[in-house]
Write a protein of this length. Structure first.
Length: 299
């Protein structure tokens, strides 16, 4: 049965077809053909192979509707010698289907598995096949707010990949921008991504992230201020005018829904009756509270 990490990585790449080519360029420095579109394609190779021959994802890069590169994506978290026989077939079958060059990108969690996956696969007759392999340690560190906003999936992947970094301040900073980027997505993805980020962090980093709350962090951009600081900035500038309180209330309701899913009528009514001070505290807790009840807690 696939592990939780395996499924989480599959989901990130499936939700953003451009993530695989972005990593090929940024992390492996691969020169890709010009393309105008990236799409998820069928990863089933049963037309010529047994049913178990199925990749995790297939991404097709297209230029003007014509395939220019196929990327077979495999999340490989352990050693499996059978894959060294299956991987070349994935590439050759897809190449025959889309009639353009095809590569294999293997994502691993451990460097030992990455070294194993990088080994040449001898095909016979002097031919060999070499996968492109990327371990989580080589995922770019997304510490820039704009890049996190533009590519939330890469930001989340970066937060997961560097969660165990000895430099806790750095891992927390990456996690913070990933959470902020996730808050701007639909409720389902936002809730899932925030859970992936928090579950990846060790306890010390979680505590540090909680300490780096919205009230203590100096946000600069319109994007971050909109989701975490807008009400506070407006409140300081214009006092407790009714319009500002209402604006802050709507932002908090949106954050709660994005983080925890659709809110019940009772919860919305409860938040609307909350004092301005408690509303501020709820906005701060949304970043790190694991449950809706915890976010709404008066503590």
């Amino acid at each position: 049965m696939p592990s939780q990490l395996h499924e989480a990585l599959r989901l990130l790449f499936g939700n953003r077809p451009t993530l695989a080519p972005e990593l090929l360029r940024q992390a492996l420095h691969v020169t890709l053909p010009d393309y105008t579109e990236a799409r998820i394609d069928s990863a089933d190779f049963t037309n010529v192979q047994p049913a178990e021959y199925r990749a995790d994802h297939v991404i097709i890069l297209l230029a003007g509707g014509t395939p220019v590169l196929g990327i077979v994506l495999e999340v490989q978290l352990g050693y499996d010698e059978d894959k060294r026989y299956a991987w070349p077939s994935y590439v050759s079958n897809l190449r025959a289907r889309i009639r353009c060059p095809v590569c294999l990108l293997v994502i691993t969690a451990e460097e030992g598995v990455a070294r194993w996956a990088r080994k040449n696969i001898e095909l016979g007759g002097g031919n060999c096949f070499t996968p492109w392999v990327l371990s989580l340690a080589n995922i770019p560190e997304i510490t820039d707010e704009q890049q996190a906003k533009d590519d939330p999936e890469l930001a989340v992947l970066s937060a997961m990949a560097h969660a165990q970094d000895p430099d806790i301040a750095k891992s927390v900073r990456i996690a913070l921008w990933a959470q902020i980027a996730s808050a701007g997505l639909d409720a389902e993805r936002s809730m899932l991504y925030c859970d992936l980020i928090l579950n990846s962090l060790p306890e010390a980093a979680r505590r540090a992230l909680h300490a780096m709350s919205a009230s203590n962090y100096e946000f600069q951009s319109e994007f971050a201020l909109h989701y975490y600081g807008k009400g506070k900035v407006e409140g300081k500038a214009e006092g407790k005018a009714e319009g500002n309180v209402e604006g802050r209330l709507e932002i908090v309701l949106k954050l709660l829904a994005a983080r925890y899913g659709a809110l019940s009528t009772a919860v919305v009514a409860r938040v609307r009756e909350t004092s301005a001070a408690d509303l501020e505290r709820i906005a701060e807790r949304v970043l790190t509270a694991e449950t809706l009840d915890e976010a709404l807690s008066a503590r």
